[in-house]
Structures are given as structure tokens and as C-alpha cells.
Design a protein around this ligand. Sequence first.
Ligand code: ADP
Ligand code: MG
Length: 624
Amino acid sequence: MDKYSLLKKYFGHSEFKPGQEYLIDAILEGRDAMGIMPTGGGKSLCYQIPSLMLSGLSLIVSPLIALMKDQVAALKEAGAQTAFINSSLSYDEIRIVYDEIFMKKVKIVYIAPERLEDADFCLLMSRMEISLVAVDEAHCISQWGQDFRPSYLKISEFIASLPRRPVVAAFTATATERVRGDIKRLLGLQNPLIEITGFDRPNLFFDVLRPKNKEATLKALVSQRRNKSGIIYCATRNGVEKIWNTLIKMNIPATRYHAGLTNEERQTNQDDFQFDRKTVMVATNAFGMGIDKSNVGYVIHYNMPKSLEAYYQEAGRAGRDSAEADCILLYSPGDVVTAKYLIENRDEKNQLTPTQRAEIKRKDYERLEIMNRYCKTTSCLRGYILNYFSQPHEGKCSNCGNCKGEFEKLDISLYSQMILSCIVRTGKKLGYNVGRALIISTLRGSGAGRIRELGLDKLSTYGLMNKTDEQTLRGIIDHLEEEGYIRTNPAHSTLEITEKASLILFKGEKVMMSFRRDKPLEMVKAKKEGKKSEGKRKTAETPEITEEAAEIFEALKATRTKLAKNAGLPAYIIFSNATLNDMAEKMPRNIEEFLEVSGVGEVKAARYGKDFLETLAAFAEGEN
Ligand code: ADP
Ligand code: MG
């Protein structure tokens, strides 16, 4: 069977996602491959389809036991001969799988990397025809990645020990050069086809809110999404406990996950979420690597994460089924303080030299600053993320809070004058220029010792902007720099004014700046007192759906739940929400039409078609 038929028959998709085809073709031609795709990009298919087509056995190395079980369940559901071996199986169960492999009853085997150190397994493998070794989450081989797994280093040795070298393919969502280089070198990839696909996730809506009261905002956001599955990330265990309690009090079926819970509790809670027994997961960043739940409708960050990489990975757990999903970050300046604390007090697992440690800390601060800017930017949020991942983006995505939000342009001339003259006066008094932080402290009238030592508290600009919060002030300074009134001296990171500044200082030039209406800025508000801004948002709402469509969707969901229960599978393995949506839209009347629904393959159509068609028939009767 060719790859297109397999795509349709086993997975129910009618088109490949970007990059999938190149990788599949390379592997089929016998060439090594490296696929770098974002979470949800569809990496699994890139090795699953060749596995079904190649003559021999395919080994999939994956670090994630929970995920392995699910992927194998999903493949078996689709009708592919698949097995997994990991520490969750008993000795006898493993023997049975070994026998099946030997009898060639299995085409795809998922293994944890530790299996490669097992003598029996290696002996068995040396007798089999192995066509492909696919390494999932391949960044685990790199010490520069977040999830280093020493046993990944054994893979190349294992491959070298085989009588015939199979095709080797590696997959990861980590895009940094260094990790990529490590993967290629440590796995011994030979002239691999490297495919890096778009990191854009168009179905994700991004927004950053800056609520006065985070908890109240969170409650509202979760209430608006009661029927959706969601993840709420908090920076600390305490935060998780607190939010979890709050949600429980609201009768939201929520569960929690953090390193302070026992292994059993964590496993139970994760399963509850995965199997839709609980709709909301409140967790620290310890949660996520082991899950592959496609119907997550939203990810809310209660605190700012420590890097944009971490944010995009965590937020990216929403909407893997391609259905619309929201990624909302609740920002407060206090998050920066927490993040800095976490950087300063990070527990070092491996022995690092002081130089290495200092280097890592410097990088951490750099990443934090990039994350912080994401929270403050008024331009396209998607554009900001993609540009950071070196993927050029024109920056008008029309599906993020900043693109959809209402802005108002406000006159900041007066504040600009204060800032510029503070820079001038400080420079005159000291005979040299100072950095951003000191200018901000001076303007805000800080009592810091350094200010007094330097005599900056004697300046007429001292305390001129004591009503403006630091973030706002920083934002205005950034804006003045972007507009070319200020520049940062690259050698000393000090601020200096440009010639253009005299237009503001002496010629009365007006400076305007955009502010999001729903992110009121204290200072700006004070200035506009009297004029009430409605602060109404058109964003982050669920798209309007008719009552009838909602009813159909609910009915389909109920059918799915029933089937899932009978089969002992998580609901999304039967069909994803995106598939149910498409079903509700297409309203198929028979099996042929049912096969047209995106996400429906032959095996599943045969197995579940009847139930869903019956469900739909009840609605169709009312028509004509
Ligand atoms: P990754 O491992 O890259 O994070 P997965 O392989 O888990 O992503 O796939 C993510 C989701 O995308 C799954 O729900 C899968 O069914 C879906 N998917 C994969 N390939 C396609 C395709 N060609 N068309 C539509 N959906 C797809
Ligand atoms: Mg994956």
C-alpha cells in the first residue's frame, strides 16, 4: 500500500502536514533523517508510515512510558501490528512480546532506551531484519537539552552491533543548533535529510493578560471554558495547590501534578486528565513531557515561565488536534521576581564547574528577558515567537490578543520629556551616562543607596514619575528607543539621547504610543480620568456556534464517551474533537460519507461508524 492510502486507511487523514512527506520519502529511500517539528507537528506519522511500508521490523525509541502505551493503543486501534516493551511490563509479558517479534507478528516495536542494554533483547534483534530505528524526543541525547537521558547515548552502539545498519531517523521539537548538532553526532546519522518545519501553530490563539486580580481572572477564564479540557501551569508547588483548591471549590473537575506528590498520585492524576475523568490539570512545569493528549482546549499560564522556549512548548500542548485552542499568559511584574529567584536557586543535577554555572545563569537571564519582552510587547505575539525561533513572520497574524485587541494611541510627550531630560541631567552631573535601571530608579524616586551615593536624588528629575510603575516606564523607554530618540551604547549598555531627541525636548514634537485597552496603564489612566474606557474585549471568546451545532457536538461526544468506556481507551483515541467537529459539519449519512470526515480511517469507520451515524441520524430526521 502506498503512503497516501496508509495515511487515509490507518490514520484517517487526507493530506500530509508540512514536512511529513519529505521525511517519509527519505526514510523509504533508505536515507537517514532528522525531523524538527513543533509539538503537535505530527512527528509520529513520519516514522509510523515508513514502519508499515518497510519490509523488516521498526524500532521506535521513546523515553515516555505513558505516551508509548497510548501510541501503541492508537496504532492497534487503527489496525497495525504494534507492541511496546518497557519497565511497566512483567518478565512474562516481555517474553510474550519477544516471541511475537521473533514470529514476525509485530511490525513496530516501541522501546524505552534502557532496553538496548538488555542482552536478550540485543540477541533477538541481531536475528531480526531491522529496517528502521526511529528515535523520538531525540533531544534527550544531548546534555544541552532539558531532558538528558544517559541511556540515549547507547543507541549508536546498539546500531553498530547490528548485522546490517538500518535507516536511522531522529525526531525532536527542540530547534537550537547545539542540540541539533549533538543529535546528529551522537546518533551517528549519515548524511541525514534534515527537515525543519514551520513552528507556527495557526490554530492556537495567543494572549497575555495583565490582570489586577489574577485569581479572579483565572476563575472567569476557566468558567467560560467549562466543557473544555485545559492545563493551568503555575511556577511553584504552592501555587498549584492554591489554584487547585480554588477550582475544586468552584466544582471544576480539576486534578494536580507537581514534584511534591508521590509517584502513584502523579500517575493517577495524569491518567485522570488523560482519560478525561478530570477536565482541568493544574501543574508545575514537571507536567507535560509524558502526555500526548490531543484535545486540550486551552493552556493558561498563571505565572510567566522562565523562557520563551519553555512557554511555547507548554502552551503548545493545547490544540494538538488542530481544533481552535487558547494559550493565555497571566502576567504580573512579580513573576519576574519569582523567575529570578528560581534562576538563582536552581538545583544543579550534574556537577558543573563554576564557569559553566555562571554561563548557564547568564543564558537563563537572557532567556528570561526575552520572555519578559513577550509579555510586554504590543505587536503580534505569534510574530514575536516565530521570529525568536528564526522563522520570519510578517507580524500580523490576526489570531493573537495583540492583533485582535483594541488599542488606543495615547500622547506620551510629557513623559518622554521627563525621561529624556533625566538622561541628560544624569549624564551632566556624573560626567558619564548610566544604564536603564538607574534612570528608572531616579525617575521613580527610589530610595536606593546607590542613588544617594551618586547624588541623583538631588536632580530635579528625581521622583518626577513616582506614580508610574516600573514596567510601564520601561515600556516607554523601549518605545523611545524604537522610535530613535534614545539609543543604548553597545559597549557599556548605557542610555544616551540621539539628535532626534531635541525635537521632543525643544521643538514640542508629539510622541504617541499604543496601549491595549484591556491592559490599562496606571499612569495613562490617571491622565485620561473622566473618560471611561469600556475595556471590552473581543478576543479569547469561543467562536460562536449555533445551538443546534452545539447539541450535535455534545451528542457525538456522548457517543464517543460510551465507546471509549467500552473499549477502555481514552476518548481522544477513538476520535479527536477536531474529527467530531468535522463530523458535525459534514453530517455524513452513510459509511462512504463517514469516511470523508477528517480523522476517520477505514478501520475506525468499520468499528465505530455505525454508532456515530445513528447519533447523527437523530438530528438529520428533523431536516426536510
Ligand atoms: P508530535 O509528536 O510532533 O508532537 P503527533 O505525532 O503526536 O505530534 O501528532 C499530533 C496530532 O496531529 C495528532 O493528533 C495527529 O493525529 C495529528 N496529525 C498527524 N498527522 C496529521 C495529518 N497529516 N493530518 C491531520 N492530522 C495529523
Ligand atoms: Mg511526539
